[in-house]
Design a protein around this ligand. Structure first.
Ligand SMILES: NC(=O)c1ccc[n+]([C@@H]2O[C@H](COP(=O)([O-])OP(=O)(O)OC[C@H]3O[C@@H](n4cnc5c(N)ncnc54)[C@H](OP(=O)(O)O)[C@@H]3O)[C@@H](O)[C@H]2O)c1
Length: 211
C-alpha cells in the first residue's frame, strides 16, 4: 500500500486507520536509525540552540547525506532540518505537540505533523506511505529521547573530538543527569561497533550502535 499525503488522501487514510486496527508502535519491516554528531560535552548544539561550525565536519556531512538519500523517511522536531540538496524529495515526520495525533503539513505535501502522545509511530508512518526501509531520526534532543522509548535498531553516533559546547543542548535528555551518550545507548539495549575515523585532524569518529 502506497499512500500520498495530500489533503484528500489524508481524509481517506484517517478513515482507513480508524477502521483497521494498528496496534503496534513499530512496523516490523521499518528500521529506526538515529544520526547525531556530538561535542566533547555530549551536546548537539550550543546554549542558544544553534549548531556551530565545529559540529559541521565534511566527512560526517557526506556520511549523513548519503544515509538520508537511501532512507524511506526522516523524523525530526519542529526546529530541526537536515538542509541537504535532496531534502525536498524526502518524506518526513515532524514532531510537534501542536497537533493531537497526525495532520498533513500544509507547507509540505511530503510531510506529516506528528504528536507521538496521540498516535503511534506505525500509524504515522502508514499515513505517509512508509512501511519499510529506514526511518532516519535526526533530532533534536527530545526527539532522540522519544525514539529511545520506541526503540532504535541502530544509532550512528559521530563524535567531534575537538568541539566544546559546555551548557549546550544534550544529545539525550538523560545526559542532563550526568550520563554519557554511550551509557544511554547501552542502557537501551544497543552495543557499539568498531570506531571509524572520519577526520583525523578534527578528531572526528563514528561508531554505529546496533540492537
Ligand atoms: N548535532 C546534531 O546531530 C543535531 C541534530 C539535530 C538538531 N541539531 C540542532 O539542534 C537545534 C534544534 O534543537 P531543538 O531542540 O530546538 O529542536 P527540535 O527538536 O527540532 O524542535 C523542538 C520542537 O519539536 C517538537 N518536539 C520535540 N520533541 C517532541 C515530542 N516528543 N513530541 C512532540 N513534539 C516534540 C516540539 O514542537 P512544538 O513546539 O511544535 O510542540 C518542540 O518545541 C538546531 O540548532 C539543530 O541544528 C543538532
Amino acid at each position: 500500500m502506497h499512500l500520498g499525503v495530500g489533503k484528500q488522501t489524508y481524509v481517506m487514510i484517517s478513515r482507513t486507520l480508524s477502521e483497521m486496527s494498528v496496534p503496534e508502535t513499530r512496523l516490523q519491516s521499518l528500521r529506526v536509525e538515529g544520526y547525531a554528531i556530538v561535542s566533547v560535552d555530549h551536546t548537539i548544539a550550543d546554549r542558544n540552540g544553534r549548531m556551530p561550525n565545529a559540529l559541521r565536519i565534511d566527512a560526517d556531512q557526506r556520511f549523513f547525506a548519503a544515509s538520508l538519500d537511501v532512507a524511506s523517511a526522516v523524523a525530526h522536531g519542529r526546529y530541526s532540518h537536515e538542509q541537504q540538496p535532496h531534502s525536498e524529495g524526502r518524506r518526513r515526520l515532524i514532531l510537534t505537540r501542536r497537533v493531537a495525533g497526525i495532520e498533513p503539513d500544509p507547507s509540505n505535501p511530503l510531510a506529516i505533523l506528528w504528536n507521538p502522545a496521540g498516535c503511534s509511530l506505525a500509524q504515522a508512518c502508514i499515513s505517509m506511505g512508509v512501511t519499510a526501509g529506514v526511518l532516519a531520526v535526526i533530532g533534536a534532543t527530545d526527539v532522540f529521547g522519544e525514539f529511545l522509548h520506541i526503540g532504535y535498531d541502530a544509532f550512528h553516533l559521530t563524535r567531534a573530538g575537538r568541539a566544546r559546547l559546555p551548557g549546550g543542548r544534550p544529545l539525550f535528555p538523560r545526559i542532563a543527569c550526568g550520563m554519557t551518550p554511550e551509557e544511554v545507548l547501552a542502557d537501551h539495549g544497543l552495543t557499539p561497533g568498531p570506531v571509524q575515523v572520519l577526520d583525523r585532524a578534527a578528531s572526528a569518529t563514528l561508531v554505529t550502535w546496533r540492537r
